[in-house]
Design a binder for this molecule. Structure first.
Ligand code: SF4
Ligand code: SF4
Length: 423
């Protein structure tokens, strides 16, 4: 079984000027000899194009360390990809912002963890990182570049999400994506002190979902797959009460990330065109619509699941994407284990395979940071009486179309990912 590729993250380099406490890479201060050269980078783009023309996110490390970044971007755009850049923002001067705009990046994702400079600087390991990143965002906005703010949520800033949203709106960002810490790389070391409990995550995700009903920008909880279960549960509850006004994709997301879902396409235009940046409708897309290419060419389901599928230096990307055992397993809806296997929300959630791997050594195990208990949920099975059966039919009416659409899309997805660092 093959799968439709929507989003590729390429870790262009490990070099970085910051020392973020949670970073999946142990950063270095200069480019390494083992990283893909410019010609290898062009070849990577050609090889990916044999499979699809997904959104290509140039990430790092700090991708602005690569002197050939704009050449690579231009090559990607000429090949028909939509390009996004994931940066810490600190190196985005006015001149750099203008070059980013000229290079044709569709969106730039800037990491910003707090409205409080001290909190951000501590987590990112550099005094002044917050001020520099904010300046970078303003420079990008000045050039008319679409900006997404990526915030890693952990114990140190879990109480500040409201201020984060206020800051995103104030800075004119088009999107705020909350990223739930995955205990991999340096994240593994800080996990005991920084991982937020499953209950606390659910509280934050519920609040975020509530905001998404009226927020004018694109809000997405990324690498928190059960966000989609929470949204579905909320819609089920609303519809049970007779309120059918809610939509699965939030209004701000439709307007900012998936305008084609709001407006009919122009004559001859593609409806898919506007769905490119973060209009995803499934929690975890690792290996089904998303993959990650490391700075040395190794291919993974995402940047946080350290199970290699192959290496583009030695194999064709198409062979890796279509045939690697790890990808085939992730595309098998019957392969999941534990409560995720039993869960009626599996098709729209799937659980984080990287957190499952970190907790158990198996990427197919159940998500350890989800509080849902399918065995206790009455809506997981038909109700025993007439009222219960009616409720069950209503709930199914909400979840089934979403779930079956996603299942179909495992063969030909109409969903897409985001410019977050993991996918
Ligand atoms: S497996 Fe990767 S892409 Fe999927 S939710 Fe976890 S970190 Fe995100
Ligand atoms: S049990 Fe698994 S599939 Fe179901 S909501 Fe929780 S993480 Fe998602």
């Amino acid at each position: 079984m093959t799968s439709s590729l929507r989003l590729v993250f390429w870790e262009t380099t490990k070099a970085c000027n910051l020392s973020c406490r949670h970073c999946r890479a142990v950063p270095q201060r200069s480019l390494a000899a083992t990283e893909l050269t410019t010609s290898r980078a062009f070849d990577l783009i050609d090889r990916i194009a044999e499979v699809a023309r997904p959104v290509l996110v140039l990430s790092g490390g700090e991708p602005l360390f690569r002197p050939d970044l704009y050449d690579i971007a231009a090559y990607g755009v000429d090949t028909g990809f939509r390009l996004a850049l994931a940066t810490n923002g600190t190196l985005v001067t006015g001149r750099v912002a203008a070059k980013i705009a000229d290079a044709g990046f569709s969106r730039v994702a800037v990491s910003l963890d707090s409205a409080d400079p001290a909190t951000h600087d501590r987590f990112r390991g550099m005094a002044g990182a917050h001020a520099d990143a904010v300046r970078g965002i303003l420079n990008l906005r000045e050039e008319g570049v679409s900006v997404q703010i990526n915030s890693t949520i952990a114990k140190h800033n879990v109480g500040e999400v409201e201020q984060l949203l206020g800051m995103a709106l104030e800075l004119g960002a088009d999107a705020l994506h909350l990223f739930m810490l995955v205990p991999v790389g340096c994240g593994l070391e800080i996990a005991p002190t920084e991982m937020v409990s499953a209950e606390e995550y659910e509280r934050v995700l519920r609040w975020f979902d509530e905001q998404s009903k009226s927020c004018p920008i694109d809000l997405k909880a990324t690498c928190a797959p059960h966000y989609y279960r929470l949204r579905a549960q909320r819609l089920e509850e609303e519809r049970r009460r007779g309120d059918f006004s809610g939509t699965f994709i939030a209004p701000g997301t439709k307007a900012k990330a998936a305008p084609a879902l709001v407006a009919a396409p122009a004559a001859g235009g593609s409806r898919e065109h506007g769905q490119h940046l973060s209009a995803m409708t499934r929690g975890c897309l690792a290996g089904t619509s998303v993959c990650f290419v490391s700075n040395e060419g190794a291919v993974y389901p995402c940047g946080y699941l350290p199970v290699a599928a192959g290496n583009v230096r030695f194999e064709r990307f198409a062979d890796i994407w279509n045939n690697a055992p790890v990808f085939r397993q992730l595309r098998d809806p019957d392969a999941l284990e534990g409560k995720c296997r039993e869960c009626r929300y599996e098709a729209i959630c799937g659980g984080c395979r990287a957190r499952a791997y970190a907790a158990t050594g198996s990427f197919l195990a159940e998500e350890p940071f989800c509080t849902y208990r399918p065995d206790l949920a009455p809506s997981n099975r038909p109700g025993p009486d007439a009222a219960g059966a009616a409720w069950h039919r209503q709930a199914e009416a909400v979840v089934k179309p979403i779930a079956s659409a996603v299942r179909l899309r495992r063969g030909a997805p109409a969903v897409s990912g985001s410019t977050d660092s993991a996918g």
